[in-house]
Design a binder for this molecule. Structure first.
Ligand SMILES: [Zn+2]
Length: 281
């Protein structure tokens, strides 16, 4: 069962706080902002916590607080050596905070040994230390970790909040991380590629797939994620087989694991053609 952030904040203000959390939903930036706010609630010296005025709050906001540790994936995953280096830091005395906060971002990218090492830490947590796993999808987190953590859900922001970037937001299906990635690569560029993709599938002519390249690996991952958003809508309308969506998701996963993305995409095109093209729009 997930609670929402407001409930967690109220509990923290009253000094009731668990030491292991899983923040899920919305985007990485949104969840990080919430973690810093929680750090403020727990450590601020002001009267209305967080005040964002005191020395503690200022350090938190500028990312310079020595008791806030953030671990992110290096390349494609968070490995055991990163957990060991975190471990060294957190069994030392807390520098100046009441509560030390360890944030594990994109926690669905933890390797299994890394996740297990973190679980061990969570079983015998260092004093006044709160470990927060953060991930867009809780499903990517191993069960043992999920069942021990307090889940906190963040709903995605409304489309209106995106102002000029609404197009990106719409293409992303409401995923703030994907919307930001689309913005970096320009929504026009993404859309043109998708048109080529659907054109290839429609034609049933594999030669057309060559028009999808050249393609950087990162670009390929973003395009496929947007493709998954479109196909998901089509599946819900009964326009396309759910199998197509499964194939796309699997392709995204194999590309993430360092497989040659050109080959993976060509295989996907062939499978998609076989499963039957569908009119888009
Ligand atoms: Zn403060």
């Amino acid at each position: 069962m997930s609670i929402n952030f407001r409930v967690l904040k109220e509990a923290a203000l009253e000094g009731r706080i668990a030491h292991l959390f899983l923040f899920h939903g919305s985007g990485t930036k949104e969840r990080r902002r919430a973690v810093l706010e929680l750090a403020g609630v727990l450590n601020c010296k002001g009267e209305h916590r967080p005040c964002w005025e005191c020395s503690v709050c200022k350090k938190i906001r500028s990312g310079n607080h020595p008791d806030i540790q953030i671990v992110r994936p290096q390349k494609t995953s968070i490995g055991i050596e990163q957990v060991f280096s975190l471990q060294k830091k957190i069994y030392r005395k807390v520098y100046e905070a009441r509560y030390r906060i360890c944030l594990i971002e994109e926690a669905d990218k933890l390797t299994l040994p890394a996740a297990n090492a973190l679980l061990k830490i969570a079983e015998e947590p260092p004093e006044n230390t709160i470990i927060i796993f953060s991930s867009g999808n809780a499903e990517g987190i191993i069960d043992t970790l999920q069942s021990r953590a307090q889940l906190v859900y963040f709903s995605p922001p409304d489309e209106e909040e995106w102002g000029e970037e609404r197009e990106e937001f719409r293409l992303s299906g409401g995923d703030p991380d994907l919307a930001r990635a689309i913005q970096e690569h320009s929504p026009d560029h993404v859309q043109r590629w998708l048109e080529k993709y659907f054109d290839t599938i429609e034609s049933g002519d594999f030669i057309k797939a060559f028009g999808l390249f050249p393609l950087e690996k990162e670009e390929c991952q973003i395009f496929l994620q947007v493709l998954a958003v479109i196909i998901k809508k089509m599946v819900l309308k009964g326009q396309v087989s759910p199998q197509v969506l499964t194939e796309i998701r699997q392709t995204i996963e194999v590309i993430r694991r360092q497989v040659n993305h050109r080959l993976a995409l060509e295989v996907l095109v062939l499978k998609h053609m076989k499963l039957g093209g569908t009119k888009i729009g």
